[in-house]
Design a protein around this ligand. Structure first.
Ligand code: PMV
Length: 390
């Protein structure tokens, strides 16, 4: 081995939008039509991990994704790498010949990509964090992560985050900023209900394009609804007003899926099971006499439920009752909870009871911090070879 850089390894979080991004004004730079707001989830429970290095000896850029060799030809990856090198050139942050060295990237998610969870957001936030460190650039990296996957720009910060659509044609003001850090609302919890689903859904890229082309409701949402949703949810987050936060979250998710239905031909992401979850959450809130939980759905059938720590045991016992599992021991993953038993409550919901295994499993997590660097357990060895992932 001639010359090789150090290996940089980053972990980066998933984020789940409470005010959804749907529709681009620039496909290449990935510039959105509207602002969006999300919470970043704890990397201890769900994360992408990426190692990168560069060497004079590498003859081509190479990529390994979840244990398999992948091609380095994706326009989005190349755009991110080129942008980072462009900034490194401007900032003279590394020697000029270092910029000619080829890179190796090895990345994995600690959660199933196939589960339809926001894996590309974590993946691109991780890749861009690691490359930005490798090339020693000093800049806000959200606009670079955005060029990989729009929603990835929100994963470069922890806590609650806003992605500003911006107005510039070069995308320079389409960046993410933190609204509050995770420590601001430490009681906030998230349950991800992974719904069994084999249907191939329209990708978010294709779905958005079609919505922009065909949905008059999307235009109305972007102009008249989202600005109000964003302003109100920012205030609710700042004031820790769970009721307003939860209602806006549910309404914005419903509105986003209404835009999907208004798209021609329609994009249908939610399934019967998704709608059963919607019904359960509303019934739970009604029975509680207050809004204790909020659902939100991305471009797939999985539900993401926001709720406060004190309400997790009760809602989880209800979910287990309504959606029984044939594997109850492994049904809930992530943060541990103290189980509660309230037979009366369960009994009052029995009419909603479903058949087994409609929900595959539940991930219990919380709001967390942005990307971090680690100095051990790299995914590339000292020669830049991928380490076999178990
Ligand atoms: O960044 P993408 O292309 O994965 O799009 C994400 C779109 C939604 O998840 C549906 C909404 C959002 O704001 O994350």
């Amino acid at each position: 081995m001639n010359k090789m850089s150090e290996i940089i390894t980053a972990v980066a979080p998933v984020n789940i939008a409470v005010i959804k991004y749907w529709g681009k004004r620039d496909e290449n730079l990935i510039l959105p039509l509207n602002d969006s707001v999300s919470a970043t989830l704890d990397t201890n429970i769900m994360c992408a991990k990426t190692s990168v290095c560069a060497s004079l000896d590498f003859t081509e850029n190479e990529l390994w994704l979840n244990g398999k060799k992948d091609s380095f030809t994706s326009k989005r990856i190349i755009n991110c790498l080129n942008k980072i090198k462009e900034i490194a050139t401007e900032q003279k942050s590394v020697p000029a010949d270092f910029l000619t060295w080829k890179v190796r990237v090895c990345s994995e998610n600690n959660f199933p990509t196939a589960a339809g969870l926001a894996s590309s957001a974590a993946g691109f936030a991780c890749l861009v964090s690691a490359l930005a460190k490798l090339y020693k650039i000093n800049t806000d990296i959200s606009a670079i992560a955005r060029m990989g996957s729009g929603s990835a720009c929100r994963s470069v910060y922890g806590g609650f985050v806003q992605w500003h659509a911006g107005v510039e044609t070069d995308g320079s003001d389409s960046i993410a900023t933190q609204i509050v850090p995770s420590s601001h609302w430490p009681e906030m919890r998230v349950l991800i209900l992974v719904v069994g689903d084999t249907k191939k859904h329209t990708s978010s890229t294709d779905g958005m394009q079609l919505s922009v082309k065909t949905s008059a409701f999307l235009k109305h949402r972007v102009e008249h609804c989202v600005p109000k949703h964003v302003a109100s949810i920012r205030k609710a987050i700042q004031e820790k007003d769970f009721t307003t936060f939860a209602e806006l979250t549910m309404k914005d998710s419903n509105q986003f899926h209404a835009v999907c239905l208004d798209t021609y031909p329609p994009c249908v992401y939610m399934t019967d099971v998704s709608f059963k979850i919607v019904e359960l959450i509303h019934a739970f809130n009604k029975q509680s006499g207050e809004v204790k939980a909020a659902y939100t759905f991305d471009a797939g059938p999985n539900a993401c439920i926001y709720l406060l720590e004190k309400d997790v045991p009760e809602l989880l016992s209800l979910i287990k009752h309504i959606f029984p599992s044939s594997n109850p021991e492994t049904f809930v993953k992530g943060l541990s909870i103290t189980e509660v038993s309230n037979p009366e409550l369960l009994c009052s919901f029995s009419s909603l009871r479903q058949k087994e295994d409609l929900i595959k499993y539940v991930i219990h997590t919380k709001v967390g911090n942005g990307p971090e660097f680690i100095n051990e357990s790299h995914l590339l060895n000292g020669s830049g070879e991928p380490i076999q992932i178990s």
